[in-house]
Write a protein that binds this ligand. Structure first.
Ligand SMILES: NC(=O)c1ccc[n+]([C@@H]2O[C@H](COP(=O)([O-])OP(=O)(O)OC[C@H]3O[C@@H](n4cnc5c(N)ncnc54)[C@H](OP(=O)(O)O)[C@@H]3O)[C@@H](O)[C@H]2O)c1
Length: 287
């Protein structure tokens, strides 16, 4: 089975590469942003038409949440036009599109886990473009899986786990917000979930939530990282208003994973268990 991965040099793209390494029955072609720019319709057309890809996994996105508030044209181009280009060309080539979206499509005013059918009402420009990207796919291609994930981290790329470990070695004290609640997601678990969908040859197309299990604030996540990595630091819980950012974030973005668990018979690890695995994998890369 042939699979195309776009945005392959990002965090999730690199994690997918690790995960499919031993999957000999899959022929996975990884394209970085330099090799395939998803905003270029003709390039996307050529890439998908040139081979018989059964699936395209889109890991490409404009992911800088704060920068998206000012670099609006670029964020829109990658997250909306790019998603539409992939959908239209997947349709033309008979390819199933697996696309990654975000918990930031929600406003965070609920206090029970968000289900797929809950109203999306992004409060920042990044979330807005990601939601419009979802719509561009849904409106142009039936054969899609859109996985909404949250707080992605891994040993690859830049992410909260790695930032905390760096800051933990540089500082004696740190303040982290505790009034934003969600769930960290180990990119390796998400990559495995993507593979599960592919190996199931499923036609249960649609939108699915996927994060690790459990609930945490950024403060809880930071504390678990420091404890797990053996870093001693004084950690202060603060309010979001004490740490102003260009983009407002949802206060609550826990995702209900019942749909993906039931449809694909998936067991989802608790975030604390996955963090232990990630910290171990990360420490191996730093020795
Ligand atoms: N990170 C999170 O916390 C988080 C949370 C929820 C959802 N998500 C979603 O999860 C997905 C994967 O995120 P990630 O953490 O792996 O992001 P990432 O590390 O920022 O990777 C994104 C990749 O997309 C590439 N890209 C940007 N513009 C492109 C274009 N026009 N054409 C082709 N590739 C392009 C980037 O390449 P360059 O570096 O060369 O520009 C980068 O390699 C994204 O859809 C994101 O929205 C992420």
């Amino acid at each position: 089975m042939k699979i195309l991965v776009t945005g392959a040099s990002g965090q999730l793209g690199r994690t997918l590469k690790d995960v499919v390494e031993n999957q000999k029955d899959l022929n996975v072609v990884f394209k970085s942003s330099r090799e395939l720019d998803i905003t270029d319709f003709d390039a996307v057309h050529e890439a998908l038409a040139s081979s018989d890809y059964a699936y395209c996994i889109n890991c490409a996105a404009f992911t800088n949440v704060d920068l998206a508030e000012t670099e609006t044209d670029r964020a829109k181009l990658v997250n909306v036009t790019g998603a539409r280009n992939l959908a239209l060309n997947c349709k033309a080539s008979g390819t199933v599109l697996i696309h990654i979206s975000t918990d930031f499509v929600f406003d965070g005013y609920l206090n029970v886990p968000y289900r797929e059918e809950d109203i999306a009402r992004p409060i920042g420009f990044y979330g807005d473009t990601k939601y419009k990207g979802e719509r561009a796919i849904i409106n142009n291609l039936d054969e899609h899986f859109i996985l909404r994930t949250s707080w992605l981290y891994s040993e690859h790329g830049s992410n909260f786990m790695k930032t905390m470990i760096r800051l933990g070695t540089e500082r004696d004290e740190l303040s982290v917000v505790y009034d934003q609640v969600g769930t960290p997601t180990y990119a390796r678990d998400l990559a495995k979930a993507v593979l599960t969908i592919i190996m199931a040859h499923s036609i249960d197309y649609g939108v699915y939530n996927y994060s690790n299990d459990g609930v945490a604030s950024w403060y809880d996540f930071a504390k678990a990282i420091f404890d797990g990595f053996g870093i001693e630091i004084v950690l202060h819980p603060i309010l979001s208003e004490e740490y102003p950012t260009a983009a407002e974030r949802p206060k609550y973005s826990v995702l209900d994973k019942s749909k993906i668990k039931e449809t694909f018979n998936l067991e989802i690890p608790h975030w604390k268990d996955s963090l232990k695995v990630a910290l171990k994998a990360y420490s191996k890369t730093t020795v």
